[in-house]
Design a protein. Structure first.
Length: 302
C-alpha cells in the first residue's frame, strides 16, 4: 500500500500486477478551467479517470453574496467548507467515487501536470474519507513520460458503479471558527502556501482583500519540489520545515492557501518528512477574507 508518494517504476509494477488500482488525472488551470480536461483528453496514462477540481472535487457555487462572499449552492448537501473551492460533503464525494467505480479495496494513484498542486486535493480528500491507500505520482505526468511511460488520447470506457463506503477521517479539517478561536495561541501555527507577494499583500489577483491571516508563516507550495520536478528528499523537507517553524510544535500546524488546494503539497511534504499528520483549513484566505470582521495583515510576519 502506497500512502504518500509513488514512483514511476512502482506505478508500472502496480499496473502490471493484479491488485485493484485506479489512477486519477487531476490536471487543472485556475485561469482556464476547461484546460485540464482538454489536456487529459489529449494525453493521459491509459485507464486514468479524470477528476475535475471544480466539478468533482469541490461543491458547486451559487452567485456572489451581497458582501462579496460566495454563496454555495446547497442542493447537493451542505458543503464541508467555504471559500472559492468549498469541499463537498463527505456523502456527496462518496457518491462521486462510487459513480466512477472507485471502491474501498483499491489503491489510488493521483497525478497532474502542475507540481502536485491539484492532485494533492484528491490525495487529501481520500484520506479525509478514511481511505489510506492513495499516493501522489512523484514528478507527475512529466516524470511518467520522461521514463517512457505510455500515454493515450483515447476516451476511456465507462466503469461499473461501485459502493464506496466512507470511514473515519485520516485527515484533519479545521473551520474558520476554529482558526479564529486559536489565533495567536501556541496550539495553532498557520502556514500559508501562497506565493510570497500574495502572502505579503503586494498583489491579490483572486480575492477582494490582500494580505494574510495574522501569525501565518509563508512557505510557497512550489518550495517542496526540486529541480527534477519531484518532491525533495525527506531529510531536506524536514530541515526546511523545522527551520520555518523555529521550535514551534509541528503537531500544531494548520495549512492554508487561497482556497485550500495549493496548501496540500505543504501538508504532504510534512508527512513525507516524518512530521506527522497536520491539519488543513480548506476555506483558507478566500473564506477568511470574505468573512466580515476578521483580522488581516500585510507584510511579512516578524
Amino acid at each position: 500500500m502506497y500512502t504518500t508518494l509513488i514512483s514511476v517504476e512502482q506505478l508500472r509494477q502496480l499496473r502490471e500486477g493484479d491488485s485493484p488500482l485506479m489512477v486519477f488525472d487531476c490536471s487543472f488551470d485556475l485561469m482556464k478551467p476547461d484546460a485540464g480536461a482538454q489536456l487529459y483528453a489529449a494525453a493521459h496514462i491509459p485507464g486514468a479517470q479524470y477528476a475535475n477540481l471544480d466539478t468533482d472535487l469541490s461543491a458547486r457555487h451559487g452567485l456572489p453574496g451581497a458582501h462579496g462572499d460566495v454563496v454555495v449552492a446547497q442542493d447537493d448537501g451542505v458543503p464541508a467548507s467555504g471559500g472559492r473551492h468549498p469541499l463537498p460533503s463527505r456523502e456527496k464525494f462518496a457518491t462521486w467515487l462510487s459513480s466512477v467505480g472507485f471502491s474501498n479495496e483499491m489503491q489510488a494513484v493521483v497525478y497532474d501536470r502542475n507540481g502536485a498542486n491539484y492532485c494533492g486535493r484528491l490525495w487529501w480528500m481520500l484520506k479525509w474519507m478514511g481511505h489510506d491507500a492513495v499516493a501522489v505520482l512523484d514528478g507527475g505526468l512529466q516524470a511518467w513520460q520522461a521514463a517512457g511511460g505510455e500515454v493515450t488520447d483515447r476516451e476511456e470506457p465507462a466503469r461499473f458503479q461501485s459502493n464506496f463506503v466512507q470511514g473515519e477521517p485520516l485527515a484533519k479539517l479545521v473551520t474558520t471558527d476554529t482558526v479564529l478561536r486559536r489565533l495567536g495561541q501556541p496550539d495553532q501555527q498557520l502556514i500559508d502556501a501562497r506565493a510570497g507577494a500574495r502572502y505579503r499583500g503586494e498583489v491579490e489577483p483572486l480575492d477582494p482583500i490582500a494580505g494574510h491571516i495574522p501569525g501565518a508563516l509563508n512557505r510557497p507550495f512550489a518550495d517542496n519540489i526540486g529541480p527534477d520536478g519531484k518532491f525533495k528528499p525527506a531529510a531536506q523537507l524536514r530541515a526546511e520545515f523545522e527551520a520555518l517553524l523555529a521550535g514551534r510544535d509541528a503537531a500544531t500546524v494548520v495549512h492554508q492557501c487561497g482556497s485550500g488546494v495549493s496548501a496540500v503539497p505543504n501538508l504532504l511534504a510534512m508527512q513525507i518528512a516524518g512530521l506527522g499528520t497536520t491539519a488543513l483549513y480548506a476555506g483558507s484566505w478566500s473564506e477568511w477574507s470574505n468573512t466580515p470582521g476578521l483580522p488581516t495583515r500585510q507584510g511579512a510576519e516578524p
